[in-house]
Write a protein that binds this ligand. Structure first.
Ligand SMILES: [Zn+2]
Ligand SMILES: [Zn+2]
Length: 335
């Protein structure tokens, strides 16, 4: 019997063709036990980088897939990190937003079998609120000195200034790594930045993307429509009811839409209620959009619960008159 290291860093016994001789069985078990202990120690002290043995995500590589990386809001929640949705098609991932915590979600997704999310490089930002962009720094800075592939980022005006600001903030990291003895192969922190002026129309061999203005208080904010060979996916971004969402979400197989709880909002002060009504969508508004569009599945994300549960939020949508397919999204949900 031998022991081998699996790709996930686990010690596994590899039985050879062994005879049934009982006299050697105890000794074999003793040797196997010692080898397993030595192997575990080897892994523990860093002889091999162990990879968390998590269940693979249920991905169908032959279809366009939507992976919710982060379904959270500015209210930090370890189970629902900052807003981020991955559209994976043809083995390539397109990210919509990268809020706080979302970068590590891409790492975990890659460890759980989504190869397209290992070092993603295509980013579309809905707007520059921090709950949607904080991990932009991680996306640019993670292992920048040896990472392959340049990040391409699309977003509203201000994205170039944000990028320049990050370069200033991390100037010392850049200086230390480039002026020391560290062998630098790439400068991954330098993205290709495109600020959207009006409506974005982007196309490559896998996808057509339309970035359309939405209604998010007074902010420059966009929703995105992705058309692939087999699916149409629309992400609302942050918006209150907006005709442009209805217009661009027609024919969507998956409509990922933000929402706040009407019952929950009633507990907030009047000034906050006014802000949220100007910036975000009530269940009645989401139901109105969904009834106009009739998506294959309506997926709620960026839920502002204000104390209600997922079940209550779904109930609010049903009471508002939408009876189509509906999921209140959680991180790592796959559609
Ligand atoms: Zn937000
Ligand atoms: Zn926002």
């Amino acid at each position: 019997m031998y022991l081998r290291l699996s790709r996930r860093g686990q010690c596994q016994p590899t039985p050879r063709a062994e005879g049934p001789r009982q006299s050697h069985a105890l000794r074999r078990r003793w040797v196997a036990g010692r080898l397993a202990a030595a192997c575990a120690l080897f892994v523990a002290v860093g002889g091999l980088e162990p990879v968390a043995a998590q269940a693979p995500l249920p991905i169908d590589a032959d279809r366009t897939q939507v992976i919710l990386l982060g379904t959270g809001s500015p209210f930090l929640d370890a189970a629902k990190v900052g807003a981020s949705v991955a559209i994976v098609t043809g083995g390539v991932a397109y990210l919509v937003d990268i809020g706080p915590g979302a970068y590590l979600r891409t790492v975990e997704a890659a460890q759980r079998g989504v190869d397209a999310l290992a070092w993603p490089t295509r980013l579309f930002l809905t707007h520059l609120h921090s709950d949607h962009v904080l991990d932009y720094a991680d996306l640019l800075w993670a292992l920048w000195w040896r990472r392959e592939g340049q990040v391409t980022a699309y977003g509203p005006p201000g994205l170039a200034a944000l990028t320049t600001g990050l370069h200033g903030a991390f100037a010392e990291d850049i200086r230390m790594r480039t002026e020391g003895s560290q062998p630098i192969v790439t400068r991954g922190y330098v993205p290709e930045v495109h600020e959207i002026d009006g409506t974005l129309r982007f196309e490559d061999e896998r996808v057509r993307v339309i970035g359309f203005p939405v209604c998010h208080d007074s902010q420059a904010a966009y929703g995105y429509r992705f058309e692939t060979a087999d699916r149409v996916v629309v992400v609302s971004g942050d918006t209150t009811f907006c005709d442009s969402v209805v217009e661009h979400a027609r024919g969507a197989d998956i409509l990922v839409h933000e929402i706040f709880s009407e019952r929950g909002l009633a507990r907030r002060t009047e000034d906050w209620q006014a802000y949220h009504r100007a910036a975000h969508s009530s269940p009645a508004q989401v139901a109105r959009v969904a009834n106009a569009v009739r998506p294959g599945t309506l997926v709620l994300y960026h839920q502002l619960y204000f104390g209600v549960s997922d079940a209550e939020l779904v109930e609010e949508i049903r009471e508002a008159g939408y009876d189509g397919p509906l999921v209140s999204g959680k991180d790592f949900d796959v559609f």
